[in-house]
Design a protein around this ligand. Structure first.
Ligand code: B3K
Ligand code: ZN
Length: 880
């Protein structure tokens, strides 16, 4: 059993491994009642370790040890110590072979770490520390070994047997069993080990690499999903050629495999040559997946594929370095998605996630640097900070160096560290060495937690024709860190004249050919920049393209925001101005009297967006989305979620009533003609018509209702079907809502990925997702506590998206979440710890909410046998 007495692990205590493993020979005997794992390790003392006569310590978790042999001689119980979480052999030679046999029970593994069963197939998840649930091993990423894996199983039930690398042998065994042996020529840490055994269909394709090698591409899915592989396969091929073109990275094995698994704790896993995916992140068809799902799948397939270089060939020295592979790989996949679609829209999506969720994390009790200094449970550190902020940090390096130097830097990094386990500092050093830039101060982005705040003020000196911009930076305190040093912040900006013209940015009087956009580098606590030759007070367009993950405070007037919305040459900032305006309008209505007026200019500007079809429609589709409740809460102090919800609804209804005819016209204008396509234009059309529908139903518009029902029935794709369903579910047309939900269920009841969407559209809705209805969903025959996707689609969607219901002033939403977290803590602590997140934000809310949230956290804290995962999150949230 794993210990529930959590210990804190510190980066400062890192030591190189005392022993290295050169080779691992594994034999799995898979049975219905368990699995026997035979492991033979070729071990030698690490010449770099100073611990000369250290005992050999191997990690283990939930293993039944059957035997241990050293260089072929069976050890007796006196020769080793089985501590449960470690196997310790006090004295070993310089170099030796260790053979260990363990028995495990994949069929009872509900944590979904190590080897487990999902829908009748065996599969693995080893990152971060799951390999120790399979056999005893130095389970740390800086121990890299070559693996040879033989899998034996019943042939009829498990015709497909997969592991990393190339299949080098296969054959029949007695009793209807068979075996396949796999060999992976690349040394890898054990977290990249994978095994799959099941009755799966194989989809094949090929890819010719830049050096002319033909790679066998294979997808393995359950037979019912055979028709849902094309999009992932195409995405894979696009990723492979993109990585060759943009990063010069060629695939290295002869086979690349993807497997879809229904029960999976996260999205996907980059195991060497054998990526394993959550079914919902890889399977798609026009009929079952929304546009958002198609895009997510493309991004995740790319992400896992890109890990082959950024993560697998060059891996992390220790788990504090997680962002080395995750931040860099998210940056890579986001560049890829930008290249495949609309770069501005992709940037808007990334920034929305960052500002809504990562900023909240960075301001909360679990705030940690991109390279944390300590953790209790590493699974809790697969965070938005490590992933998204880590990607922003790499993006800033890219912007500071420019694309060419950045490429030189990444080439140097891959070349210098191929086959090694390294640190974020090694990454930055490669960038420095290739470019000649000094990134000393920049490294603080990896060390200091918290979102920097930039307070910007300005003055215009009409006489001198000088515009002065003062920018002061400040980094808020976070748990364990205060008095932070100023960071190196690239700050892109432009200035607009009164007709919307971009002004040349002359940092010195008389400067010729000054650019209209500059990236200022902030390094001090405060700077003043002077722009010369300015004839009238300009409108500043600040932090263009979101050039750094910071908050910018500048007192834009509503007039100025409207101006930027239509004139800023930077599409991202046009969108951002619209968001700032909408935020301002909604905030001014929180708690205001019912008859308080809604800013009429907001209506005018939205009318312009809806009606002017010469605008970039993909951008318009984004600009029409009002800021989410979660973002509004993130921006608030003493948040009152139901009041924020009501204010946002008021604005939405006011817009919909005022623009009713324009919305109907927009809907009709954007009706599909021709075949279903997944291009940015087609996606924008669907998004616009579904937004129009949603708005019309918010005001109970009869024509809107008819359009929604018709669209729901006649849709030839899931985006439209789901768009209509969501609009009906969020409307007051209760009968239509129930009818649509029932029809939808009957049509898709055999498809778990669609049923997950069906659950979450209800759980996230303030109409269909009040607590009694949530309880009913949990009782539904399609709900399954063992399936993380189902848990996320009901419990996660309720607490994370249905904010007015979750923050019911009577505290029932909090009690509910606490109860579900306690229930899941026993079976799947990783998922339980994730679900706690909304409660950890308790300090953000007004006292009538925060006290009850805190009480709910305390109830979780007091649960018997709390897992290390939940313990860490709850204790850190309550501390201080
Ligand atoms: N590296 C995995 C995440 C593993 C999470 C372990 N708890 C997927 C990814 O980021 O690509
Ligand atoms: Zn990743």
């Amino acid at each position: 059993m794993r210990s529930n007495q959590p210990q804190t692990i510190y980066l400062s205590e890192y030591q190189v491994p005392a022993y290295l493993v050169d080779h691992v020979d594994l034999r799995f005997e898979l049975f219905e009642e368990g699995a026997r794992v035979h492991s033979t390790l070729s071990v030698r003392r690490n010449p770099d370790s100073r611990a000369a006569s250290a005992p050999l310590e191997l990690d283990g978790d939930s293993l039944r040890l059957e035997s241990v042999a050293l260089d072929g001689a069976e050890l007796s119980a006196a020769d080793y110590e089985d501590r449960g979480d470690q196997l310790v052999i006090a004295s070993v030679p310089e170099q030796f072979e260790l053979s260990v046999v363990t028995w495990i029970e994949p069929q009872n593994n509900t944590r979904l770490e190590g080897l487990y069963k999902s829908s009748g197939m065996f599969c693995t998840q080893c990152e971060a520390e799951g390999f120790r649930c399979i056999t005893f091993f130095p389970d740390r990423p800086d121990v890299m070994a070559r693996f040879r894996t033989r899998i034996e199983a019943d042939k009829a039930s498990y015709p497909v047997l997969l592991s990393n690398g190339n299949d080098v042998d296969r054959g029949e065994l007695e009793g209807g069993r068979h075996f396949v042996t796999w060999e992976d020529p690349f040394p890898k840490p054990c977290y990249l080990f994978a095994l799959v055994a099941g009755d799966l269909v194989e989809k094949r394709d090929t890819f010719r690499t830049c050096s002319g090698r033909d790679i066998d591409l294979r997808m393995y899915v359950e037979p019912r999903n055979a028709e849902k592989c094309d999009h992932a396969m195409d995405s894979l091929k696009r990723s492979m050629s993109w990585d060759e073109e943009v990063y010069g990275r060629e695939y290295d094995l002869d086979i690349f495999m993807i497997v879809a698994v229904d029960d999976f704790n996260m999205g996907a896993m980059e195991n060497k040559g054998l990526n394993i995916f959550n079914s919902s992140c890889v399977l798609a068809s026009q009929d079952t997946a929304t546009d958002a799902a198609f895009q997510r799948i493309e991004a995740i397939v790319a992400h896992e594929y890109f890990h082959n270089w950024s993560g697998n060939r060059v891996t992390c020295r220790d788990w504090f370095q997680l962002s080395l592979k995750e931040g860099f790989t998210v940056f890579r996949d986001s560049q890829f998605s930008a290249d495949m679609g609309s770069p501005t829209v992709k940037r808007i999506e990334d920034v929305t996630l960052l500002r809504t969720a990562q900023f909240a994390e960075d301001a909360g009790p679990m705030a940690h640097p991109v390279r944390p200094a300590s953790y209790m449970e590493i699974s809790n550190f697969y965070t938005l900070t490590i992933y998204e902020k880590g990607a922003e940090v790499v993006r800033m390096i890219h912007n500071l160096l420019g694309p060419e130097m950045f490429r030189k830097g990444s080439d140097l990094y891959f070349e210098r560290h191929d086959g090694q386990a390294v640190t974020t500092d090694d990454f930055v050093r490669a960038m420095e060495d290739a470019s000649g830039r000094d990134l000393t101060q920049f490294r603080l982005w990896y060390e200091q937690a918290g979102t920097p705040v930039l307070n910007v003020s300005d003055e215009f000196d009409a006489e001198q024709g000088v515009y002065r911009l003062n920018i002061a930076q400040h980094i808020p305190d976070t748990p364990g860190q205060s008095n932070k040093k100023p960071q190196h912040i690239p700050f892109a900006l432009g200035l607009l004249g009164s007709r919307g013209e971009p002004l040349p940015l002359k940092l010195e009087a008389g400067e010729e050919n000054a650019p209209a956009e500059r990236v200022l580098e902030l390094t001090e606590a405060s700077h003043t920049f002077e722009f010369h030759g300015i004839g009238e007070r300009p409108v500043p367009s600040l932090l263009r393209h979101f050039s750094a993950p910071v908050r910018v405070n500048y007192p834009w007037s509503r007039e100025q925001l409207l101006f930027l919305m239509s004139h800023d040459p930077d599409g991202f900032n046009r969108w951002d101005a619209g968001q700032r305006l909408a935020v301002d309008v909604i905030q001014s209505l929180v708690g205001a009297p019912k008859d308080a007026a809604v800013e009429p200019r907001l209506v005018t500007s939205y009318r312009h967006l809806i009606c002017d079809s010469s605008l970039d429609q993909a951008l318009v589709a984004k600009m029409l989305q009002l800021p989410s409740e979660a973002y509004l809460i993130e921006l608030a102090d003493n948040a009152d979620a139901p009041a924020i919800h009501r204010a946002r609804e008021r604005v939405l209804k006011h817009l919909a009533i005022s623009l009713r005819d324009e919305l109907v016209a927009c809907y009709r204008r954007n009706l599909e003609s021709g075949d279903y396509e997944i291009t940015p234009e087609a996606i924008a059309r669907r998004s616009l018509r579904n937004t129009a529908l949603a708005w019309l139903l918010v005001i109970n518009d009869e024509e809107g209702r008819e359009l929604a029902v018709r669209q729901f029935r006649s849709a030839d794709n899931m985006t439209d079907r789901m768009g209509a369903l969501r609009a009906l579910v969020n409307s007051d047309y209760e009968e239509d809502r129930n009818l649509a939900l029932e029809e939808f269920y009957q049509q898709f009841r055999e498809d778990p990925q669609v049923i997950e969407q069906w659950f979450s559209v209800q759980a996230a809705s303030d109409r269909a997702g009040q607590l009694p209805q949530i309880h009913a969903l949990l009782e539904h025959p399609a709900f399954d506590w063992k399936n993380p996707n189902k848990v996320r689609s009901v419990v996660g969607a309720f607490a994370g998206q249905n904010l007015s219901a979750f923050h019911n002033p009577d505290g029932s939403g909090y009690d509910f979440l606490a109860e579900q977290v306690c229930r899941l803590d026993d079976s799947n602590p990783q998922i339980a710890a994730r679900l706690v997140t909304p409660l950890t934000r308790w300090r953000k809310f007004a006292p009538e909410y925060s006290e009850q949230m805190k009480a709910a956290l305390e109830r979780i804290r007091d649960k018997d046998g709390l897992s290390r995962d939940v313990y860490e999150v709850v204790h850190k949230s309550l501390a201080g």
